[in-house]
Ligand binder design. Structure first.
Ligand SMILES: Cc1cc2nc3c(=O)[nH]c(=O)nc-3n(C[C@H](O)[C@H](O)[C@H](O)COP(=O)(O)OP(=O)(O)OC[C@H]3O[C@@H](n4cnc5c(N)ncnc54)[C@H](O)[C@@H]3O)c2cc1C
Length: 268
């Protein structure tokens, strides 16, 4: 096995390998040849000092298209964090600028230039479609390399937890002489279900997949606001259509609703 570091390539010999190389994982491309997940998305997030803000700082605010596949804003201490998600190659910086303009136009939000900015690849398809890639043979994948990411693009907690599970699977398998991948899949099952739940519309409507009580929040809204949220949810589902995810997502939700789990065989 070869790894690239600041001093060039290093060759390692190992019995098992854990690939934790993120959304664009080269380990994944090697062990799943021809199965490179598409489409690839990009996220851009900035943090700004607030000049004027009418958005409720107690909430995370989401907008579906046309601003981006998804755009969101939330308070970040005394500042505002803005994010946008779009398919790779679609001019995310310009869309982000348009997002800032629309916030000012429609919500009177005025912001200082960003004092923090981050962008990068994001792999949301596997979590939406419940097709994670836990690894093959002697290679285990963790975090975003395996397709784990929560909305709104929170991948750090799942990266830490799947990384710990991969380590545990290798250590336990080594001690008892079994293959780590089998153990890893068992350890991951709950995590995978929870991660897919967070993206699934039927779980959002009939379950309680997030720490926040979304249903109670929805019920507390005025009727007009409920209609607006319903319309946004429909628009969001439509934005998933070009990727062929809407039907699969609804079907997965139905199976989950009826049986309490996602269909077996979803694991690659
Ligand atoms: C703009 C943006 C904002 C985000 N904001 C949040 C947030 O607020 N909260 C949150 O929870 N998540 C956030 N995320 C998601 C989160 O960053 C990722 O889901 C998480 O970092 C994934 O962790 P990982 O360990 O799987 O992969 P990464 O964090 O991507 O780590 C992979 C590492 O592998 C290294 N690597 C890759 N290839 C090689 C190679 N060949 N040789 C050596 N090293 C290699 C990379 O350099 C990298 O350091 C955000 C993502 C983006 C793009």
């Amino acid at each position: 096995m070869r790894a690239r570091g600041p001093d060039g390539e290093i060759a390692y010999q190992c019995r098992w390998l854990v690939g934790a190389d993120g959304a664009g994982s080269s380990v994944r491309s090697i062990i799943y040849p021809g199965l490179e997940p598409t489409p690839v998305f990009r996220a851009l997030r900035t943090v700004h000092r607030v000049i004027d803000n009418s958005l409720d700082p107690a909430h995370v605010h989401f907008w579906p298209d046309p601003i981006g596949l998804l755009a969101w804003a939330h308070a970040w201490d005394d500042r505002l964090a803005l994010g946008i998600l779009r398919q790779e190659g679609e001019g995310i910086s310009e869309l982000h600028d348009r997002f800032i303009d629309s916030l000012e136009r429609e919500h009177g939000v005025r912001l200082a230039p960003p004092d923090e900015s981050a962008d990068g690849r994001v792999l949301i398809g596997p979590a939406i479609t419940n097709r994670y890639m836990p690894g093959c043979g002697r290679v285990l994948l963790t975090g975003e390399a395996a397709g784990f990411i929560n909305p709104p693009l929170e991948g750090i907690s799942t990266a830490i937890s799947t990384g710990a599970k991969a380590g545990e699977a290798v250590a336990r398998a080594h001690n008892v002489g079994v293959e780590p991948l089998k153990l890893y899949r068992e350890l991951l099952a709950k995590e995978a279900r929870a991660c897919t739940d967070k993206w699934n519309p039927t779980r959002l409507l009939f379950g309680s997949p997030h720490e926040a009580d979304l249903r109670a929040g929805f019920k507390a809204l005025s009727q007009d606001a409920q209609h607006a949220v319903g319309g946004d949810l429909m628009r969001h589902m439509k934005t998933l259509k070009p990727y062929g995810w809407t039907r699969r997502s609804l079907w997965l939700g139905l199976i989950r609703f009826l049986t309490g789990r996602y269909p077996s065989g979803s694991w690659l």
